[in-house]
Design a protein around this ligand. Structure first.
Ligand SMILES: Nc1ncnc2c1ncn2[C@@H]1O[C@H](COP(=O)(O)OP(=O)(O)O)[C@@H](O)[C@H]1O
Ligand SMILES: [Mg+2]
Ligand SMILES: [Zn+2]
Length: 218
């Protein structure tokens, strides 16, 4: 029997507070996210990846790189609205919920350097989706959130709170929905959260590891 690439959620041993916090945020992402504190090797990353496998498929607008929701009344990105205005009937397709990560070293979190793309926009060039665009309606996994630049933490928390990401770069702009299950992990041995990050966050928090130590506001 092939060994699954990602350990199923149900195979995680113990770690009940972490699992409960993840599931609650999956049920209602408006909780604001989870911060998982724990030592290395305590299944933090494994649990986040496994959570994606637990979630049902979602319906998205076919061809939308921001995974807009096709439900009536839901916020559409600029590109979907332009397609609608042009008379196109937006089709819906199902896809699995995914997780995307936001490494502390990658600068394209908020958005997006201008680029030409195979999907032409009205101007022939468009902004790349960026981490927040990829994360829409998925799980956004921020490993080592304590090592992330303050500015990026603010951008993530703003987008999580507003549900929208507004990108303006070099004469181009795009507005797209940005709703995601925010999960940050950190190893307290590698440094604490910066004060601005921890006070700015409404995140539910929990911990994993041999010595549980919940922090932040529940
Ligand atoms: N409670 C647990 N249940 C199942 N597997 C675990 C558990 N804790 C650690 N592991 C295993 O240990 C390895 C390291 O886990 P990982 O998720 O990378 O840890 P972390 O992200 O906390 O450093 C993985 O192969 C994971 O399956
Ligand atoms: Mg890890
Ligand atoms: Zn769209």
């Amino acid at each position: 029997m092939a060994i699954p690439e990602v350990l199923p959620f149900t195979a995680l041993v113990g770690q009940e507070p972490m699992k409960t916090a993840l599931v609650l945020n999956a049920v209602n992402p408006a909780i604001g996210g989870v911060l998982i504190r724990g030592e290395r090797g305590t299944a933090k990353s494994t649990a986040v990846r496994a959570l994606a496998g637990l979630l049902p498929e979602i319906e998205v607008v076919e061809g939308c790189r921001f995974s807009c929701s096709p439900g009536s009344g839901d916020l559409l990105c600029d590109e979907c609205r332009a397609r609608q205005l042009a008379g196109e009937h937006l089709l819906r397709v199902s896809r699995p919920c995914e997780w995307s990560s936001c490494p502390s070293t990658r600068p394209r979190t908020a958005s997006s350097a201008p680029s030409t793309s195979s999907a032409p926009s009205r101007r022939g060039a468009q902004l790349r989706a960026g981490v927040l665009g990829d994360a829409n309606r998925n799980i956004l996994y921020v490993d080592e959130v304590n090592l992330l630049d303050d500015h990026l933490v603010d951008v993530l928390l703003d987008a999580a709170a507003m549900g929208v990401n507004i990108v303006e770069r070099e004469g181009m702009s795009v507005v797209h929905p940005s709703r995601f299950i925010l999960v940050g992990t950190m190893n307290p041995e590698e440094g604490e959260l910066r004060p601005s990050s921890s006070t700015a966050s409404d995140s539910a928090s929990t911990s994993s590891g041999s010595a549980p130590s919940p922090i932040g506001s529940p």
